[in-house]
Design a binder for this molecule. Sequence first.
Ligand SMILES: Nc1ncnc2c1ncn2[C@@H]1O[C@H](COP(=O)(O)OP(=O)(O)O)[C@@H](O)[C@H]1O
Ligand SMILES: [Mg+2]
Length: 238
Amino acid sequence: MSVPALEVSGVSKDFGRIIALRDVTFSVQPGEFVSILGRNGAGKTTLLNIISGVSRPSEGTVQLFGTNPSDRENKAKLAVISHEMFLYGNLTALENLEYYSRIYSVPDAQERIETVLKDVELTHRRFDLVATYSRGMTQRLTIARALLHEPSLLLLDEPFTGLDQHAIGMLITLLKRQKEMGRTILLTTHDLHTATALSDRYLVISKHKIVKDGLIVDTNPDKIRQAFFSSEVEEGVS
Ligand SMILES: Nc1ncnc2c1ncn2[C@@H]1O[C@H](COP(=O)(O)OP(=O)(O)O)[C@@H](O)[C@H]1O
Ligand SMILES: [Mg+2]
């Protein structure tokens, strides 16, 4: 087997007395599309932050393509789409993308920028300041920004939240295309339907641990639903 795209080994994370993750272990092969399911507070965002190198585990290790997440070469391979937009409101969409193209040394930047703007249907608004964008538009631009440098590994934290039906469809199409191109995708969601439709595999996090790791093809959707909802009941839905 090739070097895993991602290897999470015995990762725990505490914030003082708060437990966020307990002994999380799994690996993801290149080209796999994995959904992480779990209710609010389960530890999903904490896990993605540790994988992207934003946060350090209290215990355990993470490897991206066989090396440390904070390695410089990994920054170029990674895209993170989260609630932090990483966009400048006082710049236009085009200026934001030009800025990131320089940071990532994107080859043929103008052409690439045109492509990602078209992908997220923002070409007609490219000269407008991002501060004037609606929330959904800003989120779409975040997706364009993240895909600009053609990352090998995509980490998406609840990417469908805040998008309307049309934008959800657009993101699904984009993700399917990324998958076809052989990219590795890891996303968190509480939307079981989308997770089942898109992923090869799912992980359920409950009480800060992985309680289920299954392949979608092998698994009856009712079983996934059961695994997911039994984890909710266990924790008590608040
Ligand atoms: N920076 C932080 N400081 C203190 N507690 C945190 C911090 N980040 C997350 N937590 C806590 O860790 C637990 C897991 O949070 P999180 O990873 O955001 O869950 P999820 O994304 O699944 O909703 C929660 O109890 C949350 O309050
Ligand atoms: Mg979260």
